[in-house]
Design a protein around this ligand. Structure first.
Ligand SMILES: [Zn+2]
Length: 255
């Protein structure tokens, strides 16, 4: 049966504060754990659906707070990374996962090429078209992309000590400013391309839009236990906003 969204189900993305004056454009690839009703949560349990395997816990809250405090546009994906990962090359191994962190995803098994294409057309393409359109609309404006993610403190048997990580490609100018500013504000470990670096053959969002529009792009990864409640998300959004402000960027309203 063809996949279709019910009329009450939201569009693939949410765009907030499109006219925001900040130099930052915020993105949240893994903002939601929503699965279309038709797909029965892909056969995973409610606990699994509320874990890092389906979304970046707390990332959307941090991004929303930042959008408001910095007057920055924000685009969030409205569906789970388990439908199709908006930060992975379509049709790559990481695009529609059969399992994640050892948890099988039954609803992603046995998909045809047409099924995969449909997920791309329903979720991936509209999200990235929205990003592209936003960047075209503000082509006159200095822009740095900032994508907000969160990571699990423990993965594949290893502790991950960083509370936040700055992830970037070699050509980023802003990354070192983010690192310096965050380290000056924090006395906890700040990852330099940890827990991940950005890999052009793995990551999609920042390499694709950064190159296409010739703009700087940085990903912030926040440890999920720091932001899994609203107070923590607000606290971290304030730290990130202060770090941005401390880097002496123009067009930033007072916090
Ligand atoms: Zn993520």
């Amino acid at each position: 049966m063809a996949l279709a969204l019910a009329s009450a189900e939201p569009a693939a993305f949410e765009l907030l504060n499109a006219g925001g004056k900040s130099d930052l454009v915020l993105l949240c690839d893994h903002a939601s754990n929503r699965i279309p009703r038709q797909l029965n949560n892909l056969g995973i349990s409610p606990q699994q659906l509320n874990s890092h395997i389906a979304l970046d816990l707390g990332a959307a809250d941090v991004a929303r707070f930042l959008s408001a405090s910095l007057d920055a546009p924000l685009i969030l994906s409205n569906y789970s990374r388990l439908m199709i990962d908006c930060n992975r090359l379509p049709e790559s191994n990481g695009s529609i996962l059969h399992s994640n962190d050892g948890i099988a995803i039954p609803g992603n098994l046995g998909l045809s090429a047409a099924d995969c294409l449909q997920r791309r057309q329903l979720f991936f393409d509209p999200y990235h078209e929205a990003i592209n359109n936003l960047l075209l609309a503000r082509a006159w404006h200095t822009t740095c992309l900032l994508s907000i993610h969160s990571f699990t403190p423990f993965l594949f048997g290893a502790d991950r000590p960083w509370h936040i990580g700055v992830c970037y490609e070699d050509d980023s100018v802003y990354a070192s400013q983010w690192l310096t500013a965050l380290r000056s504000l924090l006395d906890v470990p700040v990852g330099d391309n940890q827990p991940y670096s950005i890999e052009t053959d793995v990551d999609y969002t920042l390499p694709f839009h950064g190159r296409r529009h010739a703009i700087d792009a940085v990903m912030l990864e926040i440890r999920q236990d720091q932001i899994s409640h609203l107070l923590g998300a607000r606290r971290w959004s304030e730290i990130i906003a202060r770090a941005w402000q401390q880097s002496n960027h123009s067009a930033i309203p007072d916090l």
